[in-house]
Design a protein around this ligand. Sequence first.
Ligand SMILES: [Zn+2]
Length: 363
Amino acid sequence: MIKKIFSYVSIFMMMVLFLTACGQANTENQTNQSSPDQTVTENQLEVQEESSQRETEAEESQAAETEVESHQHTQKDISEIKVVEGKPVVTATTTFVSDMVKVLAGDFVETQLIIPAGEDPHLYETKPQDLEKLSQADLVIYHGLHFEGKMVDVLESLGYDLTRDFPASQIGNMDQDGDLVVDPHFWFDIDLYKLAVDNAQNYLQALLPDNADTIAENAENYKAELDTMIKECTEKMDSIPKESRFLITPHDAFNYFSREFNIPVMAPQGISTDSEVANKDIQNTVDFIVENKVKAIFAESTTDPARMEKLKEACTAQGFDVEVVSGEGRELFSDSLAPEGSDGDTFLTMFKHNVDLIVENLK
Ligand SMILES: [Zn+2]
């Protein structure tokens, strides 16, 4: 509420400044305010634009800046990472972080995981044994951008985030119930994911100075693998004809994916799973599916598949038959990798699994 008032006051101030400036300066002096922030927001909302009421762009851009600024928090200094005797313990909040740590320094550390595969990090609350894993670890690494929504305080005081120093212009902002919030699902943008690898590399090198060269080499090799993977995925995604390029998912986790592959996305639920799905949002999604004759919609491994079945029923009631892609091995991975030992249990195989599933069902 206070943020809102602040934002309105800021908008008013900006308008006053703008009108004053107009009086003094000629129009060629008008600065081009289509900041990258705004471009990102516009791209992401491309689909929603048709179906939901939007604030004016000025308001949006102002609110986005406020949100990104307010997100910045006091970060622990890397110099606080201490070198220890023996094999250090690294605690990772999610399967993504754990996978990355294993790729970069698997031979040198013992990895502990907080949020098990398949559980929803937006809603996960720390249990007493987690606090132990966090406080006794030699290094704690987490996503940040409020992905681990209920663990923010403990993580900011004990850990190091993968999203440290991400360029604000690259971070997506999304409308959630009228508020603009930071979109935490950055890993579907490979450039951002590589920045996360750099951050993890820095943290692990500080913990393991004797193995710094090997960690750097592992990071370089991994980034080369990511480049190859994304090239193959782009070719596959490009094979989906334009008229079928719509990705409908339960919660709004694929906006960076949308940007990476130029495919419009829509989800009846917002960015975090921590909100009730409004009937209005469901109806908007149903209308969108029927109007665009969307062939298939997708369930996720971390949210209830029944939600997509409800969408299907509503489409059927409007005389349109849409397929729900769900069931074991046929769910998209958005907020967790697959359980260890199954397809999609690493970032690379998870990404390929998602792309193959999408291409197979939309092509
Ligand atoms: Zn999510």
